[in-house]
Design a binder for this molecule. Structure first.
Ligand SMILES: CC(C)(COP(=O)(O)OP(=O)(O)OC[C@H]1O[C@@H](n2cnc3c(N)ncnc32)[C@H](O)[C@@H]1OP(=O)(O)O)[C@@H](O)C(=O)NCCC(=O)NCCS
Length: 202
């Protein structure tokens, strides 16, 4: 069987983006509605195009122009050079910024006002790297070339300036990492904790 053409693959990625928006927003009613009225989806679709253009040096300027037109229309600024995985969903759109050297994994959810920004004016890697299934709350800022592991939740309005280990929750300014505790506390061995041993004896 012949592999799918680049156009078919591109259209498949766009369709995945639409499905991601439809499934992640409880307010979404059907695919047509999502395709028509979700600015975050329009921004991601435009990024898919501009990122392909970005790979051709001669097309970099038009890619940036298109990205700026998308920004005016959606309120979302995604630099064409950013590397974004599959099924990104930007809920509500407005005020999201994704910088040139940012890397975003698969199945990431960004709320409005979130920023994947830089802390220095130097060239080179200066924006964050997000793992898979990361959720970035409304108004949160992740600044500098920090690493945010898989399944991290960044709280609304947090300012993240240090790495965040996989599976944790980062809240506050500057953000503190909180590793969720297991629902059932692990059993304590009384032999290892003498105070408990006394209680058991009594
Ligand atoms: C951070 C977040 C993911 C935590 O969710 P959670 O795991 O259910 O945690 P909890 O709500 O139990 O809160 C845990 C602690 O963090 C605090 N906290 C939660 N969100 C916080 C935030 N954004 N900033 C500062 N502290 C926060 C809680 O007060 C609580 O503190 P305590 O342990 O001292 O009582 C969630 O609160 C959040 O901010 N999600 C973003 C949602 C969003 O942006 N929605 C926009 C919809 S339009």
């Amino acid at each position: 069987m012949r592999p799918p053409s680049p156009l078919r693959r591109f259209l498949r990625v766009l369709r995945e983006d639409l499905e991601a928006a439809r499934h992640r927003d409880p307010a979404a009613r059907n695919g047509l509605e999502v395709a028509l009225v979700y600015p975050g989806l329009h921004a991601v679709w435009t990024y898919r195009l501009t990122h392909r253009m970005w790979r051709e040096p001669a097309l970099r300027l038009p890619a940036r122009v298109i990205a700026q037109i998308a920004r005016a229309a959606t309120g979302v600024e995604i630099h064409p050079g950013a590397k974004i995985g599959r099924r990104l969903f930007i809920d509500h759109g407005m005020g999201v910024v994704i910088g040139e050297t940012a890397v975003v994994g698969d199945d990431v959810l960004l709320f409005h006002g979130s920023t994947l920004g830089g802390r220095s004016m130097k060239r080179g890697k200066r924006h964050p790297t997000l793992g898979d299934r990361v959720v970035v709350g409304a108004g949160a800022k992740i600044l500098g070339p920090v690493w945010v592991g898989d399944d991290v939740q960044v709280g609304a309005n947090a300012v993240v300036v240090k790495d965040v280990p996989a599976g944790s929750v980062a809240v506050g300014v500057p953000a503190r990492n909180r590793v969720p505790q297991p629902a059932v506390p692990p059993a304590v061995d009384p032999v290892e904790d003498p105070s408990l041993l006394i209680e058991y004896v009594i």
